[in-house]
Design a protein around this ligand. Structure first.
Ligand code: C2E
Ligand code: MG
Ligand code: MG
Length: 736
């Protein structure tokens, strides 16, 4: 049966077809669904399938009467409260009503039916049913709503839990990171800080939360700095920079900071997260590196880089203000001597002491720097007249006058100062420094312990000199020095009795520079000490090689320069060398000039005696060109005199020269000193020298100075070569 579910169902139960028809026809006017049951059983079937607003139940029915049916209806849960109206004959009214109500009837209809009453009574229950349906619907809807809300809430709770876990994870991560993190609200009030923040700043959570980041402000940044921070953040952009902040204990630290604004869904900033990396250490090491790169480690003074930088600024300022800047180059006159005799440590102490004396003489804006070695450089700012400069320069020189006490030694040091002026002597740092350097060399050359202003005419000379000096300084490192050897011959028998080692400078492939052109500069710069030691080493090593080849009695003569001879270092280096190469000391002959001996006779005798005690031999080189008399020489332990080639050159033509040479030979012999003639170039000279009794000779006539290879060959064939000389010079000479 198809029922319209918008309408209420009415069940009519009656076994009598006429009565059913009557009932239905009346009820149809109500426009509801009417279901008809012919018996109690039939009714129960309908009740299984449908819900009814009201049941009209006939009391008198066969098999299962109305009361029985009512009982059955009530016993089922589905219909236990469905209103039942009994239909009964009026006559049975009272008895049936008592039973009917006890079975749960809600009303009675008596036959014959009065349509209005029937419709009225049924309508009441239909309306009631409809109302209940509406209520039920509402209830269902409500239930649905409640269920949905519950589901929503559960989801929300789950979500919140998830978020909580995420936050917990995040904050435990934040706790563990080394970067300091804090979170502020939109007003910059701190809401959260992590453990690293506490560690780095020294502030605890309670001290900081509720405060603003001002607690760690150092005051090292200006207003504009913070302005820029806020400008960036308020635009919603991330801000990154290095902040200098202050710890609780007051110490400053450098922090590489990233500040990120957080916004809500409407784009309104709600929080700021700041995360910072403490980079104090790396900044400090950067600063240390920067300091190291700009300062001289020994004295702490600025080095060349910083000096040039400061000078550049000073020149710029001076240009604007139309002022003068004086650039000073200072070189110690006797520093090398200290280093060589007392050692590098004493030298370092002296340099430090000098640095502080110099520093005390200049004003605050002036700079004193050290370029290495004993080279101090300075500039004076804002000088008005040359006289101002002279005053300060004199002050500097005076400051060095009192002796320095170093390791128990009283050291007297003086300096030479060269001065160049901006803008007169140059407008750029390089020119000014070069010119001050040139002036300094001039001062040093003049006498030392003095100052000299740069003049344009110093330049040409100084330039070549400077170039040469620079090249010389590199020559040792680049192994550009070599030794040549010139044989010395015994005039009695033609034997090669020894050789003189002569230095050469192989400046480039073709250029072999003669010692006359660079020995004086080596002396002047002090480089001679190093070069001298080098040549001693090489000569003695070479000697030992030839010795091993069988030339056991050859003498090796080396030239000792004045400065080398002055130094106590000479004895040490001779000791070292002789030990190293295992060379008999009496085969090593030191050639010194007369002028060396004349300079300071007292100390020289001591030095000579000390060297003599080692077994070394001495030759006086270039004899006759100095002022010494032979009687004067008596005081010195001399083995041999080298007659200067200037007398030999014209010996055969100039009677005076011949007479001088004769006199030298005989007087030397009378003192027990041998003689050797230098610069023998021809047979006539040789003959004359032999005639006058000269012992040995050296010169182009026998051989020019030779490379070690060529000398080796000559030695291997010595008998043959000397044979030739003496065949030429004398037939009765015993040849070897
Ligand atoms: P010296 O010690 O008087 O050396 C002799 C110079 O005369 C050498 O010049 C030599 O080449 C040159 N000579 C040799 N035979 C003749 C000749 O027959 N005629 C002429 N006209 N000259 C001849 P060199 O090698 O140019 O040396 C010049 C000076 O340089 C040397 O004079 C010596 O004082 C110095 N010298 C050379 N080597 C050294 C060295 O290793 N150390 C030092 N301190 N001085 C050195
Ligand atoms: Mg010589
Ligand atoms: Mg000589």
């Amino acid at each position: 049966m198809q029922l319209n579910d918008k309408k209420a169902n009415i069940l009519v139960i009656d076994d009598n077809p006429a009565k059913r028809l009557a009932l239905v026809s009346v009820l149809e006017e109500l426009n509801q669904n009417i279901v008809i049951a012919e018996s109690g059983r039939d009714a129960l079937r309908h009740l299984l399938n449908h819900d009814f607003a009201v049941i009209l139940l006939d009391v008198q029915m066969p098999v299962m009467d109305g009361f029985e049916t009512a009982r059955m209806i009530r016993s089922r849960q589905q219909s236990e409260s469905t209103p039942i109206i009994f239909v009964t004959a009026y006559a049975r009214g009272e008895t049936d009503m008592v039973e009917g109500y006890s079975l749960g009837a809600v009303d009675f209809i008596f036959t014959p039916i009065i349509p209005e009453i029937l419709r009225a009574k049924v309508s009441v229950f239909v309306d009631l049913y409809n109302n209940i349906q509406v209520i039920k619907q509402h209830e269902e809807h409500l239930e649905l709503l409640v269920a949905q809300r519950t589901a929503d809430l559960t989801a929300e709770i789950a979500e919140r839990k998830q978020a909580e876990i995420a936050i917990r994870k995040l904050s435990s991560a934040m706790e563990k990171v080394a970067d300091s993190i804090f979170i502020t609200d939109a007003n910059g009030v701190i809401e959260y800080i992590n453990a690293a923040f506490e560690n780095i700043t020294g502030f605890s959570r309670t001290e900081v939360i509720g405060n603003t980041p001002r607690v760690i402000k150092s005051g090292k940044h200006d207003v504009q700095f913070y302005q820029q921070v806020w400008n960036t953040l308020l635009k919603g952009e991330v801000y990154r920079n290095v902040f200098i902040n202050r710890r609780k204990d007051g110490r400053l630290y450098h922090e590489a900071v990233t500040i990120t604004p957080l916004s809500d869904e409407n784009g309104k900033i709600t929080h700021y997260i700041s995360s910072g990396k403490d980079i104090t250490e790396s900044i400090h090491s950067q600063e240390r590196l920067h300091h190291l790169a700009h300062h001289d480690v020994l004295t702490g003074l600025p080095n060349r880089i910083l000096f040039v930088d400061r000078l550049k600024h000073a020149l710029k300022r001076a240009e604007k203000r139309k002022r003068t800047v004086a650039i000073l180059f200072l070189d110690m006159d006797r520093f090398k001597l200290v280093n060589d005799t007392l050692g590098h440590e004493a030298g370092d102490k002296l340099l430090r002491a000098m640095a502080s004396r110099l520093l005390a003489c200049v004003r605050e804006g002036d700079t004193v720097a050290r370029f290495g070695g004993d080279e101090f450089v300075g500039f004076l700012n804002d000088v008005a007249t040359q006289q101002d400069v002279v005053l300060i320069v004199d002050k500097l020189l005076d400051a060095l006058t009192p002796p320095f006490m170093i390791d128990g030694h009283e050291l007297f040091i003086s300096g030479s100062i060269g001065i160049s002026l901006y803008p007169d002597n140059g407008t750029d740092t390089q020119t000014l420094m070069k010119n001050a350097d040139i002036a300094m060399y001039r001062a040093k050359q003049r006498s030392g312990n003095t100052s000299e202003f740069y003049r344009a005419d110093m330049n040409a000379h100084a330039m070549t000199r400077l170039h040469l000096e620079t090249a010389l300084r590199h020559a040792l490192d680049r192994e550009e020095f070599i030794l040549h050897y010139q044989p010395q011959v015994d005039l009695e028998n033609g034997n090669i009795i020894g050789m003189e080692a002569l230095i050469r400078w192989q400046r480039n492939d073709t250029d072999l520079v003669s010692p006359a052109d660079f020995i004086p500069l080596l002396e002047e710069t002090g480089l001679i000490m190093e070069v001298g030691e080098w040549m001693l080493n090489v000569a003695c090593q070479q000697h030992s090689i030839w010795q091993k080849n069988g030339h056991t009695a050859l003498r090796m003569a080396v030239n000792i320069s004045s400065r080398q001879f002055d130094s106590k270092n000479l004895i040490h280096s001779l000791h070292r060398v002789l030990q190293c190469v295992d060379m008999p000391a009496d085969l090593l002959e030191l050639e010194i000039t007369e002028s060396i001996l004349m300079k300071n006779a007292d100390t020289d005798i001591e030095a000579l005696e000390a060297l003599r005690a080692m077994g070394l031999r001495f030759a006086i080189d270039d004899f006759g060109t100095g002022y010494s008399s032979l009687t004067y020489l008596k005081r010195f332990p001399i083995d041999i005199i080298k007659i200067d080639k200037i007398f030999i050159r014209d010996i055969t033509t100039d009677a005076d020269d011949a007479a001088i040479v004769s006199a030298i030979i005989s007087m030397a012999h009378s003192l027990g000193i041998k003689t050797i003639a230098e610069g023998v170039e021809n047979k006539d000279q040789l003959e004359l020298l032999r005639e006058r009794g000269c012992d040995f000779a050296q010169g182009y006539y026998f051989s020019a100075p030779l490379s070690s290879e060529d000398m080796g060959i000559l030695l291997a064939n010595s008998s043959h070569v000397t044979d030739n000389y003496f065949k030429k010079s004398s037939d009765n000479m015993v040849s070897l």
